[in-house]
Design a protein around this ligand. Structure first.
Ligand code: 6PG
Length: 478
């Protein structure tokens, strides 16, 4: 076996297969391998003429077909399967070889694997890849972690196959250890928030205007020509205008209203809690999926719980549509602002030094949350690399500020009409909380000190104090 392939892909289900084809289409010689040889054969039969593939039946031949330092991309179901492939690869690899995990791994697993492989003299690159099947083939957004050294040889290949926006690749070095998979996880959390916000906007338009799915689809298509321009808005317009062939109904009306998830949103929320970062938009979106799937609870509540709601009365349709658009944009900025806070917190905790502006830049194309307004986020972090809050950047302060009256109207109308808008309303509550002069957290501290002697700090002098609540109520310095 001549070692002539520049990169290898093992795991040829649809994502791996399309990544392999993408490498080949960009002129790389690609070693390909799959646990069962059938998938390798079908790739060669169906796409073999797209470039230079080197198929192997065994893992040993696959590894032997790669030029040194070897670059092996693993594209299998995240979890135990990844460990199994790594175990099989390890005895076959040599110092300096690079193992790339392109699956949706949980970042603590990536940290563990990176440490283990580093001890063996290998580079382990946990990389986020976003864009689904089509992105993998035509240009995904790629978020590689691991060592900088590995990026020197691997980076140019990944950049070549990534999406490009204005000629800039949607791929950059994210940071060491689990940074790549962490950033991909937050990407997915933001994806959940974005989707939930869009769903709430759709629901408000549907109930407020009594409009058909197709009509709402047209509103989304219109929105896609402005600030909200994004992949998710575009596909929403498309989905809403799609008709079910069997029934002739709007497709969205025949889909069961129980949203599922594979787990990346849940991980994001769990991590937000661990870090103490209020990612309320992502959390509400994740819980809204859980609520939708809570069949026994919904059965018990439907038709039983009183609403005491008043019908949503829309007199000026155009004004209402514009209000919902502005509320959507403002809530979306909050969700991103929170997600970027989470990245900053994790980066500080793990010493990853993630450049948030660069993350927004590589999310502009290829990925599921690709959107016009990501340019604005990059610009904000270019203005101030240490920006403590995205919402506090001058552009976003204005953009969200201008939409505030509309945002408040929409949240109030939804509450009065009994229309659930958890992401819209919690984003507004976050906005008002973070900008508040003073929060009722003072009372919580006082309560904690009362029942548990948990102490408090004062507004007027340094130190930590406790009041003798059940004694003479004098204050002691703790
Ligand atoms: C992407 C997507 C992709 C997938 C997620 C979300 O970036 O290409 O985020 O990774 O769609 O896993 O899936 P769930 O909604 O099932 O969690």
């Amino acid at each position: 076996m001549t070692a002539r392939a520049q990169i290898g892909v093992t795991g040829l289900a649809v994502m791996g297969r399309n990544l392999a084809r993408n490498f080949a289409r960009h002129g790389y010689t690609v070693a390909v391998h799959n646990r069962s040889y059938g998938k390798t054969q079908s790739l060669i039969e169906e796409a073999g003429d797209e470039g230079d593939f080197v198929p192997s039946e065994s893992m040993a031949d696959f590894v032997a077909s790669l030029e040194r330092p070897r670059k092996v991309v693993i594209m299998v179901k995240a979890g135990a399967a990844t460990d199994a492939v790594i175990d099989e690869l390890l005895p076959l690899l040599e110092d300096g070889d690079i193992v790339v995990d392109a699956g949706n791994a949980h970042f603590p697993d990536t940290i563990r694997r990176e440490e283990a492989l580093r001890e063996r003299g290998l580079h382990f690159v946990g990389t986020g890849v976003s864009g689904g099947e089509e992105g993998a083939l035509l240009g995904p957004s790629i978020m590689p972690g691991g060592t900088r050294e590995s990026y020197e040889s691997l980076g140019p290949i990944l950049e070549a196959i990534s999406a490009k926006v204005d000629g800039t690749p949607c791929c950059t070095y994210v940071g060491p250890g689990g940074a790549g998979h962490f950033v991909k996880m937050v990407h997915n959390g933001i994806e959940y928030a974005d989707m939930q916000l869009i769903a709430e906007a759709y629901d408000l338009l549907k109930r407020g205007l009594g409009a058909t799915a197709a009509e709402i689809g047209q509103i989304f298509a219109e929105w896609n020509t402005g600030d909200l321009e994004s992949f998710l808005i575009e596909i929403t317009a498309d989905v809403l205008q799609h008709v079910d062939a069997e029934t002739g109904s709007a497709f969205v009306d025949i889909v069961l209203d129980q949203a599922e998830q594979k787990g990346t949103g849940r991980w994001t929320v769990q991590n937000g809690l661990d870090l103490g970062v209020p990612i309320t938009g992502i959390a509400e979106a994740t819980f809204a999926r859980a609520l939708s799937g809570g069949v026994p609870q919904r059965e018990a509540a439907r038709g039983t719980l009183p609403a005491h709601a008043t019908d949503l009365q829309v007199t000026d349709r155009a004004a209402f549509i514009e209000d919902v658009r502005q509320a959507l944009y403002a809530s979306k900025v909050v969700a991103y602002s929170q997600g970027f806070d989470q990245i900053a917190a994790a980066s500080a905790e793990h010493g990853w030094d993630v450049d948030r502006g660069a993350m927004a830049r590589i999310w502009r194309g290829g990925c599921i949350i690709r959107a016009r307004f990501l340019n604005r986020i990059t610009e904000a972090y270019e203005r101030d690399q240490q920006l403590p809050l995205l919402l506090a950047d001058e552009y976003f302060t204005d953009a969200v500020g201008n939409g505030l009256p509309a945002w408040r109207r929409v949240v109030a109308q939804a509450a009065a009409a009994g229309i659930p808008a958890p992401a819209f309303s919690s984003s507004l509550a976050y906005y008002d909380g973070v900008r508040a002069d003073r929060l009722p957290a003072a009372l919580i501290q006082a309560q904690r000190d009362f029942f548990g002697a948990h102490t408090y700090r004062r507004t007027d002098r340094e130190g930590t104090f406790h009041t003798l609540w059940s004694g003479d109520r004098t204050e002691q310095e703790a």
